[in-house]
Design a protein around this ligand. Structure first.
Ligand SMILES: [Zn+2]
Length: 98
């Protein structure tokens, strides 16, 4: 189930664009509606660490180990990170405090 983040303070449902911007601010963000400072949950940080670095690196190492040509590995990385960036806003959840 993919859901865009909701502000824990005012219940504002973020649009994809708002959520995308919030994701790249870091461990906290500002609600576009009520301007409250809100914090990313641990689940968000862990999921992003796995999907944003550990998993693609593992797959790329696996591909190079299996003798796949470099061009194919770069192609895979390009497609993977495009999909990941499109999905990023759906992976984030926020809580009201640290
Ligand atoms: Zn809010």
């Amino acid at each position: 189930m993919l859901r865009l983040p909701v502000c824990p303070k005012c219940g504002h449902s973020c649009s994809w664009k708002e959520a995308f911007k919030m994701t790249f601010i870091g461990s906290h963000a500002f609600c576009p509606s009520c301007k409250s400072e809100i914090y990313t949950t641990w689940a968000t940080i862990i999921v992003n660490a796995i999907l944003g670095s550990a998993l693609p690196l593992l797959i790329m190492f696996g591909m190079s180990g299996a003798g796949q040509p470099l061009g194919r590995i770069i192609w895979f990385a390009g497609v993977y990170f495009t999909v990941y960036l499109l999905l990023t806003p759906y992976l984030s959840t926020y809580k009201p405090d640290k």
